[in-house]
Design a protein around this ligand. Structure first.
Ligand SMILES: [Fe+2]
Length: 293
């Protein structure tokens, strides 16, 4: 009885209880005005998720200078148009996107409890993508968003000159850091690294190249968490303490080169594991401000 109540809460209430998180990140040059980034991730959108679509439609009112989508946007062949419609005026803003594995492969049934006992790495046995990832990417690029899948480039956001580098999903071994490797431009206002899976070995390379701010998704914050304890797994190499939220990479004490790291717990769930427990679906506004000192 109690188990049924918890399942109903996590599948019906919390899964649709969208949170808006705010963080301030001191990463800009002295004297800069604030730069507002809207970080969305892991929508896993199916056309019938009307509450999620309605929430997306509210986000343009936040007036972000830049939108970053860290992947796993779709979970159905018919999701691209509803997604574009819901993003609406956000597509007129500067944007950056990468893919997650679930943009390529349609969901397969899995026991939802896998979130608390193992990783999904290696589960994508299929080799031919069956979701319209190319249509999704082409549509976002047509709107002017930068495709950052193993690509590097420059994005203008208002008067900010942002160097952006990104990788495709390392969770399915499609990341090609060599294609984007090299020192970041110290003359840029911000050096932004974008990826779906916050894999430490990939983030080490972004940091070594001088990127200031890293954005990722994929973990779902654990998706099924223990109240007061947090997630049991991260579904990739990052530690549990950084499964979501604003942290630094590398973690730990000592004076060394670091980047700020924001991991989004994401807005959705796989349709085959439609539950959230002690880990509300979320999107985040990162207000970038000048560095301290
Ligand atoms: Fe995801």
């Amino acid at each position: 009885m109690a188990g049924a109540a918890v399942f109903s809460y996590s599948a019906i209430v919390e899964r649709n209880w969208f949170a808006l998180r705010w963080y301030e990140v001191p990463v800009l040059p002295a004297g800069s005005r604030p730069l507002r980034i809207l970080h969305i991730s892991d929508l896993h959108l199916t056309p019938g998720r009307h509450r999620l679509l309605s929430f997306l439609r509210t986000l343009d009112a936040l007036e972000p200078d830049l939108v970053v989508n860290t992947g796993d946007s779709i979970a159905h062949v018919g999701s691209v148009l509803p997604l574009l419609e819901a993003l609406g005026p956000l597509l007129d803003r500067p944007g950056v996107f990468v893919y997650g594995s679930n943009d390529l492969y349609s969901p397969e049934w899995k026991n939802p409890s896998r979130y608390v006992w193992r990783t999904s790495e290696g589960e994508h046995k299929r080799h031919v993508p069956d979701l319209p990832w190319a249509e999704l990417g082409a549509s976002l690029e047509a709107a002017g968003w930068m495709n950052a899948n193993n690509r590097r480039g420059r994005v203008k956001a208002g008067d900010f000159d942002i160097e952006v580098a990104g990788v495709h999903d390392s969770h399915i071994k499609r990341d090609r850091y060599a294609a984007i490797a090299g020192p970041a431009d110290p003359a840029a206002d911000l050096r932004l690294g974008v990826m779906h899976s916050p894999e430490p070995s990939v983030m080490d390379r972004f940091v070594a190249d001088g990127f200031d701010l890293l954005l990722a998704g994929h973990t779902h914050g654990g998706q099924v968490c223990l109240p007061g304890f947090g997630t049991l797994v991260t579904n990739c190499g990052i530690d549990r303490a950084r499964a979501k939220g604003l942290h630094q990479h590398p973690a730990g004490p000592g004076p060394r080169q670091r980047a700020f790291l924001h991991v989004s717990a994401g807005l959705g769930t796989s349709p085959t594991a439609p539950v959230r427990l002690a880990c509300r679906p979320e999107t985040t506004v990162l207000t970038l401000v000048p560095r301290m000192g």
